[in-house]
Design a binder for this molecule. Structure first.
Ligand SMILES: Cc1cc2nc3c(=O)[nH]c(=O)nc-3n(C[C@H](O)[C@H](O)[C@H](O)COP(=O)(O)O)c2cc1C
Length: 147
């Protein structure tokens, strides 16, 4: 099993690029990673460290490719007490539901017993043309919390 499983939810690809970039950074720091874009339940091991990166679409909605994951959490309530997770949301402040998807995902993961490591990072794409930059900065402190 990889040290860290990156889980991305994206409609237009931005959050996927961020997840891939962070996976590279983590590998450079000596962690093993696996990156799942819109995983289904069978692909997930319910222990270890997850790093969830999701943009928001619709009106605070989860991207389509992450809906199966979200429904799995909501409906099956897997025991995630052995999971620790980090969370990054990508969205635009022009919406009232800024980064609504990562808030919903956070809440469901916690309801299943997962423990969050660090604070949720919310990246406003109106401020950051390159969301990889704030994500990389955040990752620098987040990975120290894993020790
Ligand atoms: C139709 C549409 C609806 C959106 N709704 C929201 C929203 O409710 N909240 C938010 O924070 N951002 C919203 N966004 C902004 C996207 O999350 C943002 O553009 C993000 O960078 C897209 O990432 P992706 O390439 O991973 O899909 C919306 C964008 C579009 C095109």
């Amino acid at each position: 099993m990889a040290d860290i499983t990156l889980i991305s939810g994206s409609t237009l690809g931005g959050a996927e690029y961020v997840a891939e970039h962070l996976a590279e950074q983590l590998e450079d720091a000596g962690f093993t990673t696996e990156t799942l874009h819109g995983p289904v339940a069978d692909e997930l091991s319910t222990d270890g460290i997850w790093l969830v990166v999701s943009s928001t679409h619709g009106a605070g909605d989860i991207p389509d490719n992450l809906l199966p994951f979200y429904e799995y959490l909501r409906e099956e309530k897997p025991d995630l007490s052995a999971v620790r997770f980090g969370a990054i949301g990508i969205g635009s402040r022009e919406y009232d539901t800024f980064c609504g998807a990562i808030d919903k995902l956070d809440a469901e993961m916690k309801a299943c017993g997962a423990k969050q490591i660090g604070e949720t990072l919310k990246i406003n794409v109106l401020e950051h043309d390159i969301p990889e930059d704030p994500a990389e900065l955040w990752l620098g402190s987040w990975k120290n919390l894993l020790k």
